[in-house]
Design a protein around this ligand. Structure first.
Ligand code: UDP
Ligand code: MG
Length: 319
C-alpha cells in the first residue's frame, strides 16, 4: 500500500452471495485499476451466510490483500451488518455498496470526485429500478411520502445505502448504537454536506433478494418509530377530537331525554360507538406498544453483534 495516497474503503454487506461475489469482485477490480490515485480496501461483512460466501472471501484474500472481511457470528440483518462494517473501516472515506451489483460500481469515480470537492455524503438516487415488482415500487414510493410527512428532517427519497461517506460521517453514525436500526434515517439525521447523483438501478446479477415483505414491513415501522413520535401525537389529537364529538353527543342525548323523555331503542347506535371506540383504542394501544417495545430493546443495551472472526492484521475501531 502506498503511503501518501488516500485510502478508500468499499463496504459490502453480504448474506448468501456466493453467486454474486466473483462478478462483483471482477467489476471492483476493474474500477480500482482505473483509479490509481487511491488505495483501496474491500471490506466484506459476512452476515452469517449459509453458503460458501466466507470461503470465497478467504480465497480472494489469499490472492489480493485489499480484500478484508469481518465474519459475524450469525445473520443479524443488513442494518446491523452495516454498523459492524462501520466499526472496522480504516479508510478516509467509505463507499457502501450491495453485493448484488444493483448499484453500479461505475458511479464510484463520480462520487470520489464530489468527495474531493468537499462533500461529506454523496448518495446515489434511483431514477428507475429494474427487476422489482410494481407492488414493491408502489409501497416504497408511498412509504417515503408518509415518513416525510411526519418529520421535519429532510428524508432522502428513492435512495438506498449506496453512498460515499466521509470519515467524519462514519464516526458520527458509529456513535448511534440503537439496536432497531434504520440507517437511511441516520444519514439524514447527522447532517453534513450532502450531494445527490442520479442513476438507474439495475436488477440483481445473481441470486434472489434477501428481503421478504415481512422484513420490509418491519423495517418501515422501525423507520417511523426510530425517527419520529408523531404517531403518538396523532393518537392524542384524534382522541381529543373523538371525545369532543362524544361530549357534544352527550349533551344532545341529555337534552333529548329531558325534552322527550327516556328513549329506549338505540341498540344500533350504541354498537357502532362501542365498536368504533374499541377499535380506535386498540390501534392507539398498538402504537404506544411499538414505542414501548423500542424502549425495551434499547434499554437492554446489548452489543449490536458478535464477531466470529476477521482477517488477520485487522484492527477494530471499537475502544
Ligand atoms: N444483506 C445482508 N444481510 C441480510 C440481508 C441482506 O447483509 O440479512 C445484504 C445482501 O447480501 C446485499 C444487501 O444486503 O449485499 C442488499 O440485500 P438485497 O439485495 O437482498 O436487498 P434489496 O436490494 O432487495 O433491497
Ligand atoms: Mg439488492
Amino acid at each position: 500500500m502506498e503511503e501518501n495516497k488516500k485510502l478508500v474503503t468499499i463496504l459490502i454487506p453480504a448474506y448468501n452471495e456466493e453467486e454474486a461475489l466473483p462478478i462483483l469482485y471482477e467489476r471492483l477490480v476493474k474500477l480500482m485499476d482505473g483509479l490509481p490515485q487511491y488505495n483501496f480496501e474491500l471490506l466484506f461483512v459476512n452476515d452469517g451466510s449459509r453458503d460458501k460466501t466466507l470461503d470465497i472471501l478467504k480465497e480472494m484474500r489469499k490472492s489480493d490483500s485489499r480484500v478484508c472481511y469481518v465474519n459475524l457470528s450469525r445473520n443479524y440483518g443488513k442494518e446491523v451488518a452495516m454498523i459492524a462494517g462501520f466499526d472496522y473501516i480504516n479508510g478516509d472515506c467509505m463507499i457502501n455498496i450491495d453485493a448484488d451489483l444493483q448499484d453500479p460500481p461505475e458511479l464510484i469515480p463520480e462520487m470520489l470526485k464530489y468527495w474531493e470537492e468537499g462533500y461529506d455524503d454523496v448518495y446515489a438516487k434511483r431514477k428507475s429500478r429494474k427487476g422489482e415488482s410494481i407492488f414493491k415500487k408502489l409501497t416504497s414510493w408511498g412509504y417515503y411520502r408518509v415518513l416525510q410527512s411526519m418529520t421535519n428532517i429532510q428524508i432522502q427519497t428513492d435512495t438506498g445505502d449506496f453512498r460515499l461517506l466521509d470519515r467524519r460521517c462514519v464516526e458520527a453514525i458509529r456513535q448511534m448504537r440503537e439496536s432497531q436500526r434504520y440507517t437511511k434515517g441516520l444519514y439524514s439525521w447527522i447532517g453534513y454536506k450532502k450531494k445527490e447523483i442520479l442513476y438507474d438501478r439495475d436488477a440483481r446479477v445473481a441470486g434472489k433478494t434477501k428481503w421478504n415483505y415481512r422484513q420490509l414491513a418491519n423495517l418501515s415501522i422501525d423507520g417511523i418509530t426510530s425517527f419520529t413520535t408523531s404517531p403518538l401525537r396523532w393518537a392524542a389529537i384524534i382522541g381529543m377530537l373523538v371525545s369532543l364529538c362524544g361530549f357534544i353527543y352527550m349533551i344532545i342525548i341529555i337534552a333529548k331525554t329531558l325534552i322527550y323523555g327516556i328513549d329506549v331503542p338505540g341498540y344500533a347506535s350504541m354498537m357502532v360507538v362501542i365498536l368504533f371506540l374499541g377499535g380506535l383504542q386498540l390501534i392507539f394501544l398498538g402504537i404506544i406498544g411499538e414505542y414501548l417495545g423500542r424502549a425495551f430493546y434499547e434499554s437492554k443495551g446489548r452489543p449490536l453483534y458478535f464477531i466470529d472472526c476477521y482477517n488477520e492484521k485487522r484492527e477494530t475501531n471499537i475502544k
